[in-house]
Design a protein. Sequence first.
Length: 341
Amino acid sequence: MTRKPAVLITGANGEIGHGLITALAAEAVQPIVTIDLTPLDPSLTRLVAREFTGSILDKGLLERLISEFEVDRVFHLAALLSTRGEFSPKLAHQVNVEGTLQLLEFAQRQGESHGRPVVFVYPSSIAAYGLPDLETRARAGAVAEDDFNQPTTMYGCNKLYCEQLGRYYARFYKQLAAERAAGRVDFRCLRFPGLISAVTMPAGGTSDYAPEMIHAAAKGEPYACFVRPDTRIPFMAMPDGIEALRTVAAAPRERLTRTAYNVRAFNPSAEEMRAIVLEAFPGAALAFQVDEKRQGIVDSWPADVNDAAARRDWGFAPRFDLETAFTGYLIPTIRDRYRRS
């Protein structure tokens, strides 16, 4: 049986997956195959060629994929996010590390079988950083990729290790073998800031105080932000995140000087975001009630990151700044969502 060409998306029913499926389907370049623990949203089902409901830890499922499809692009989105990972660190390791290792092996075997490098796109996180204190954080400014890589959460540890696993598969895989085995996996990682989507609900990330504010205000519900008003980290609107994934996947391999890249769009304080939301929803009850443990995690992340390498190597250029992200995308879309419900 001839295997069918395809692009694979894991964790396809999550926040990033929704937008990525829609964008790749519009390209109509390759059929899309997805894996997720839960069935796809019905609006997405018609856009994919095959949907697998199951775990990335299921070796039998991956064997079926190898036998049926010739995959030359993988978008590995499946992950257990930061907050849940702190409650279930062993499970986070299984999903985030062992699952990624299985997908890298899957990509290696695909590359060996069809003779072309498999582009493996991996979303990492600002959680891969770990700054020791607020004084260091203030002095650091916009942090580059290779600085302060001492994460304090299981999620951050998982992401940083998987960045290195991907680099190993791309450049050093089985380096003592008689014949060169590396290069079958073309690993490309984006170290994302907080991603804010107007389409899907926040899913437990430590940076989710931003979208949670808007959703609560649009529903007319009170909300207590769990970080200090002066808390500042980088963010990006989800459409720019999706476009960054597509752009780095399509970039000529010879132009890439790194396997992992910072990306960012804006870095407002929590109070600045609250003010924008209150301007749109004047009656909203948005307060601050600091959760010291979650605040400690956010304080270990940079106030901003340096994305010069991404801009130079593959033309990263986000469309949304703070004002247009909130007033042109997030607030009107979320407001309309609750008007219709």
